[in-house]
Structure formats: structure tokens, C-alpha cells
Design a protein around this ligand. Structure first.
Ligand SMILES: C[C@@](CO)(OP(=O)(O)O)[C@H](O)COP(=O)(O)OP(=O)(O)OC[C@H]1O[C@@H](n2ccc(N)nc2=O)[C@H](O)[C@@H]1O
Ligand SMILES: Nc1ncnc2c1ncn2[C@@H]1O[C@H](COP(=O)(O)OP(=O)(O)O)[C@@H](O)[C@H]1O
Length: 308
């Protein structure tokens, strides 16, 4: 096969419990990931030119507002492909094309998604046949959120978020995402979370999964899920981007079952009662100040998958 395309979802964090800062610079987490139907696509193709002096891995990015995405070796998809080639012990070549719909630096793990998609696409293109367990290991070295983009659906991540256990869920949940202008840096938001805790004299709690959240997921109870959503990074994201408080308030006023910053933000996630309610809510939210655009999506959906 000379080109493989992989579709990979964004995530929203249903619970993000942030524990103490570890010596390695990461925080211990309980991170309940939920994959939603907002997708990037990554195509890995055999390079057409046979120039041996050309870079073995090249990347192009298409889509709106992709200015912040590096097209160098720093691109997470390139880093993932390189790590896979290193594991296979050979200098493989590929041209990667990323079609981005997931907001950049938006707290929806778009870069991690592209890395996971590149692993699946190159594993196939290069005929390596590595099992998903091996891809998971490589994924965790690229970033804490990358293993979940391989797995998809709904799962709880512990450690720095890379150790995953799938969660039982029932039914479909309907979401509205309010995308903001500009991104927020993940390390900066974690740093602000530590600073706010220090300022308030509050010790970081040991993270624990919410039983109410697990029950809501098991029962497919959107109303209970809306009540159980929580994000310890939200106060930090709001401190760095105060206008998000207005976006969240607008969603609640318009009847969202739950309103939360997605991960490190600045995307805000709203849980709706139905697909119809999600579309109504989206129409009402699109004129809120500071909101660049609004998209609807459902979850859970599978992780990185070769397109048919
Ligand atoms: C906050 C979350 C929630 O799912 O995602 P985003 O909302 O940014 O997408 C994740 O924890 C982001 O995971 P990811 O974006 O993969 O981060 P990594 O590359 O592993 O780490 C980037 C930086 O974030 C901080 N970091 C990340 C994970 C973690 N458990 N503790 C941390 O303190 C560290 O400063 C680290 O250097
Ligand atoms: N393929 C990629 N897509 C998006 N961002 C990337 C990618 N590769 C590297 N990056 C860098 O990673 C940063 C965070 O990206 P992203 O995963 O979109 O955000 P978040 O961590 O908030 O979910 C971006 O600002 C960008 O500089």
C-alpha cells in the first residue's frame, strides 16, 4: 500500500483530578478521557521522489488556523513516526499530511491525536505489524495524552495520564464545544494551578476517581454526568483567560446539563440532553464574546482507526 489514512478523535476530560507536582515535572492525575466525534486525519504516504538526501519524514498541515502547528521535526506526528522507525531499527521514509479539525492548543489533545494517528498509519505503511501494546508504549513516550488517542472511547488515565483502563458506558452523549481565539499552553496552565494552590495554602489532594461519574457513565445518565463533570485545571485556565467564565455561564443559562473547560483549555465543553438540544445550544452560544466558533459532537467514539 503506498498511502494510509487514519482518522483520530479529539478528547474532552470528564474528570481531571490533579495531584501533587512530581519530581519529574509531571502531576499525578486521575484523568477520565472521553473521545468525541471531532476528527483529524493523518495520511502517511511513500515519498514520490527518490532523492536520498531529502528528509526521511516530512509533514504538511491543512485546515483552518493551523499557524501554530510546526511543520518541522517538532511536529508530534513526525516525532511519533520517528520513534516508531527507531523502535523498528530502520530509517523508514514517509510524507505525512495532517488535515486538522481539532483546535490547536485547545485542550482537546489535537497534537496527541496526530501522534497516535501517525503511529497507526506508519505501522501499516511500513508493514511493521507492531501490536497495539507496543504502539501504546511508544505513544506514552511522546506525550501523556497520546495513548488515549490510540484507545478512544472512555477511559481513566492514572500516573501522568498514560496508564489507561477502559470504562464501561451506556448510550451516546451529545456535546457542544465553544472554540476560543488563540490557545493556552498546557505547562503554563499546570504551573498556574500549582501557583493558585500555593497562594491559597491548599495542599494538592491525592486524586481519586469520582464514583458519581462512573455511575452516570455506566447508566448513560446525561443529567447525572453533567453534575459530575469536574476539572481541577479550570480555575487556572479561568485565571489565565477570564473571559471563559462568561462562556461557561452562557452555556449554563441556555440549559447545558454541564459546562466545563476541556482539559487545559481554552475550549469550553457543554453537555446537552440530545442531538437536537446540542444544535439549539450551539446556535445560542455562537454569538457569545470570545467564542471563535461552535461545533457539536457526540461520544464515545473509537480511537485512531485506518479509514476505509
Ligand atoms: C492537560 C491534559 C489533560 O488531558 O491535556 P490538554 O488539555 O492539554 O490537551 C494533559 O494532562 C496534558 O497532556 P499532554 O499534552 O500529553 O502533556 P505532555 O506532553 O505529557 O506534557 C506537557 C507538560 O504538561 C505538564 N503536565 C502534563 C501531564 C501531567 N500529568 N502533568 C503535567 O504537569 C508538564 O509541565 C509537561 O511538561
Ligand atoms: N500535530 C500537531 N498538532 C497540533 N499541535 C502540535 C502538533 N505538533 C506539535 N504541536 C504543538 O503542540 C502544542 C499543543 O497542541 P495541542 O495538542 O493542539 O494542544 P492541547 O495540548 O491544548 O490539546 C501546539 O501549540 C503546537 O505548538
Amino acid at each position: 500500500m503506498s498511502a494510509i489514512t487514519v482518522r483520530v478523535p479529539a478528547k474532552v476530560n470528564l474528570q481531571l483530578a490533579v495531584g501533587p507536582l512530581r519530581e519529574d515535572g509531571y502531576h499525578d492525575l486521575v484523568n477520565v478521557f472521553h473521545a468525541v466525534s471531532l476528527f483529524d486525519e493523518v495520511t502517511a504516504a511513500e515519498p514520490l521522489d527518490a532523492d536520498p538526501s531529502a528528509a526521511p519524514l516530512r509533514v504538511r498541515v491543512e485546515g483552518d488556523l493551523t499557524g501554530e502547528v510546526p511543520v518541522s521535526d517538532d511536529n508530534l506526528a513526525v516525532r511519533a513516526a520517528r520513534a516508531l522507525a527507531d523502535r523498528a531499527g530502520r530509517s523508514y521514509r514517509a510524507d505525512l499530511l495532517i488535515r486538522k479539525s481539532i483546535p490547536v492548543a485547545g485542550g482537546m489533545a489535537g497534537g496527541s491525536a496526530d501522534a497516535a494517528a501517525a503511529l497507526v498509519a506508519c505501522n501499516d505503511l511500513w508493514g511493521l505489524g507492531l501490536p497495539v501494546e507496543d504502539l501504546m508504549e511508544i505513544a506514552a513516550d511522546i506525550g501523556s495524552d497520546v495513548p488515549f488517542a490510540l484507545l478512544g472511547d472512555t477511559a481513566v488515565g492514572t500516573g501522568r495520564g498514560e496508564r489507561l483502563a477502559p470504562l464501561e458506558t451506556a448510550g451516546v452523549f451529545h456535546w457542544v464545544f465553544a472554540l476560543a481565539d488563540g490557545g493556552l499552553s498546557t505547562p503554563r496552565v499546570y504551573g498556574e494551578c500549582d501557583r493558585l494552590r500555593e497562594e491559597a495554602g491548599v495542599a494538592a489532594p491525592t486524586p481519586a476517581v469520582s464514583e458519581a461519574l462512573l455511575a452516570a457513565l455506566r447508566e448513560g445518565d446525561a443529567r447525572a454526568l453533567g453534575q459530575a463533570l469536574s476539572n481541577d485545571l479550570q480555575p487556572a485556565a479561568l485565571a489565565l483567560r477570564p473571559s471563559l467564565a462568561d462562556t461557561l455561564a452562557a452555556g449554563r443559562t441556555h440549559g447545558a446539563l454541564g459546562a466545563i473547560v476541556s482539559g487545559s483549555g481554552p475550549t469550553c465543553a457543554f453537555l446537552a440532553e440530545s442531538a437536537e438540544h446540542a444544535h439549539e445550544l450551539a446556535a445560542l452560544l455562537k454569538d457569545v464574546d470570545g467564542c471563535r466558533s461552535v461545533v457539536t459532537a457526540h461520544g464515545p467514539v473509537p480511537g485512531a482507526t485506518v479509514a476505509g
